[in-house]
Design a protein around this ligand. Structure first.
Ligand SMILES: Nc1ncnc2c1ncn2[C@@H]1O[C@H](COP(=O)(O)OP(=O)(O)OP(=O)(O)O)[C@@H](O)[C@H]1O
Ligand SMILES: [Mg+2]
Length: 242
């Protein structure tokens, strides 16, 4: 099956320093692809490039086989590419219902209230329309932001550390949402995550980035036991996030 999202030979430099070199990956519909690596390995930078926030200095990005390397973020969003950020920043002054309204009307096609309610229900955020977004806890903030993406029925979702700042019971909620999106909706999910047990549970494949290069790729348990990965990730690069 043709991958929904792929990249080939992606390279990035900041100042004179190389932070990504020759990174290639591919994710199919319904697949959860884990992306791990020590702090500073280049995971978020890779998401910046895949989502279209920044242009790579080398390599190409494809959505459903089309070269989107030159397309900006909003054009990729229209092709079904969605992305979450490491920090769940919400508009503090708006209520949940107002946030949904802004999201529905952010760009054409404008969505119905029913479509937003469907998304809210899928992430477990029903009947919270009058709650100020600024009063939501970390899990509900992530739910709110996910619902804003989900209402547009993305085909690819890039999730940057969705479990950061959550307690274990809350991580199970994220786990369930990711499973629903991949298994029920057929979304290709790329998941940057330091909690390896979460990845081991829901990712079919994992790639390991170290100092901007892919050093291993395969099923989670095979990859996590690989000596190079243990050296790069477990022994030298200790994750800062618990
Ligand atoms: N805009 C930027 N300008 C300069 N350097 C940057 C910029 N963004 C990232 N970097 C550097 O690029 C490297 C990769 O950073 P990146 O945020 O992609 O790592 P990461 O794997 O997401 O790390 P973490 O696990 O801490 O989130 C780091 O050394 C970082 O300091
Ligand atoms: Mg990061």
């Amino acid at each position: 099956m043709r991958p929904l999202l792929s990249c080939e030979g992606v390279g990035m430099r900041f100042g004179g320093r190389s932070v990504l070199a020759g990174v290639s990956l591919a994710a199919r519909a319904g697949e959860v692809l884990g992306v791990v690596g020590p702090n500073g390995a280049g995971k978020t930078t890779l998401f910046e490039i895949l989502s279209g926030r920044i242009r790579p200095v080398a390599g190409r990005v494809f959505v459903d086989g089309d070269d989107v390397t030159a397309l900006p973020l909003h054009a990729r969003a229209r092709r079904g590419l969605a992305r979450t950020y490491q920090s769940p920043v919400v508009p503090e002054g708006l209520t949940v219902g107002e946030v949904f309204k802004v999201a529905r009307q952010a760009y054409p096609p404008y969505l119905t209230a029913h479509q937003a309610e469907w998304a809210a229900h899928q992430v477990g955020l029903d009947a919270r329309a009058s709650t100020p977004a600024g009063s939501l806890g970390a899990l509900d903030r992530r739910r709110l932001l996910l619902a804003c993406l989900l209402m547009r029925r993305p085909r690819v979702l890039l999730m940057d550390e969705p479990a950061a700042g959550l307690i274990n019971a809350e991580v199970d909620e994220i786990d369930a949402i990711v499973r629903f999106m991949s298994q029920e909706l057929g979304v290709a999910v790329l998941l940057v995550e330091h909690r390896l047990e979460l990845l081991a549970a829901i990712a079919e494949r994992v790639i390991v980035l170290d100092a901007g290069e892919v050093i291993a790729e395969g099923p989670p348990h095979t990859v996590f036991d690989h000596p190079d990965v243990r050296a790069a990730y477990f022994e030298i690069g200790t994750p800062q996030h618990p």
